[in-house]
Design a protein around this ligand. Structure first.
Ligand code: CO8
Length: 263
């Protein structure tokens, strides 16, 4: 079935999902979330994909949050289902064994910020704005914002942002560690693709192992996290890519990683 609310493209190992409801500033309705979930399944099932980029259509927004018109019609049970579905999709996004970058090209508000927070890291246009303004609607974040934001920027900064519902500029978001890099809007996709291509050329097994070690390690104490790293290191070292990488170094040539899982 074709996508109507997102654009899904794959080119040379790099997949891009573009949220595509520009008239509603790419707000998340149930149809969009269902399509996002399907696209993530396609990404997970395609071994040629090494990097996923998420961005928004139009010049104004990445995603301006959940669709408020739709939200306003929900019963309590529908709200719970919508929030649970959002959590499941963002867990799927976070657990993808490849690099996931958010290219935030404008407003990333509410559920939009929460999607960006579930990515591995964020590059932003200088025109981007970040915020969790749910409190202005009498609501609270419902797609992981109360959990992922404090882990990234600290509880004090997260509370100020969520209690006030205020927006951060791209420069402020970079200063608090929410965003890795801010560039002029016209250069955003070029910068994102440059880093995506760099990562796509690395060994697949190593990338998967290191991402799992970091993500799982963040949920446990340091000693347990270091044990996770020991296992992940051993798995990476056993991969054909590690044989190629070490041989290439010793032979003074550039490594060519194939990402295969057996010799
Ligand atoms: N939902 C629906 N439509 C939206 C949304 C949205 N979140 N944001 C913008 N739009 C629509 C506007 O209604 C408008 O439509 P129309 O042209 O038909 O009137 C169009 O997009 C353009 O928007 P504006 O005219 O408002 O553009 P401005 O440049 O004046 O303002 C803003 C841009 C500041 C981004 C403003 O649109 C705004 O404040 N939007 C709402 C942002 C917001 O509050 N987001 C949080 C939503 S709640 C949420 O995300 C909860 C997530 C977890 C849910 C869990 C559920 C149980």
């Amino acid at each position: 079935m074709p996508f109507e609310n997102i654009i899904f493209q794959v080119d040379a190992g790099i997949a891009t999902i573009t949220f595509n409801r520009p008239k509603a500033l790419n707000a998340l309705n149930q149809a969009l979330l269902t399509e996002l979930s399907r696209a993530l399944d396609e990404v997970a099932g395609d071994e040629s994909i090494r990097v996923l980029i998420l961005t928004g259509a139009g010049e104004k927004a990445f995603v301006a949050g959940a669709d408020i018109g739709e939200l306003a019609t929900f019963s309590t049970l529908q709200a719970k289902h919508f929030s649970q579905a959002g959590h499941a999709i963002l867990a799927k996004l976070q657990d993808l064994p490849i690099a996931v970058m958010a290219a935030v090209n404008g407003f990333a508000l509410g559920g939009g910020s929460e999607i960006a927070l579930a990515c591995d890291f964020i590059y932003a246009a200088d025109t981007a704005r970040f915020g969790l303004p749910e409190i202005n609607l009498g609501l609270i974040p419902g797609f992981g914002g109360t959990q992922r934001l404090p882990r990234l920027v600290g509880a004090n900064r997260a509370k100020e942002l969520i209690f006030t519902g205020k927006m951060l500029t791209a420069a402020e978001a970079e200063r608090v560690g929410l965003v890795n890099k801010v560039v002029p809007a016209a250069d955003l996709m070029g910068e994102v693709l440059k880093t995506a291509k760099d990562i796509a050329a690395k060994g697949r097994v190593a990338l998967r192992a290191v991402k799992q070690a970091i993500n799982q390690g963040l949920n446990v104490d340091l000693v347990s996290g270091c044990r996770i790293e020991v296992d992940a290191f051993a798995i990476a070292l056993a991969s054909p890519d590690a044989k190629e990488g070490t041989a290439a170094f010793l032979e003074k040539r550039k490594a060519v990683f194939k990402g295969s899982l057996k010799d």
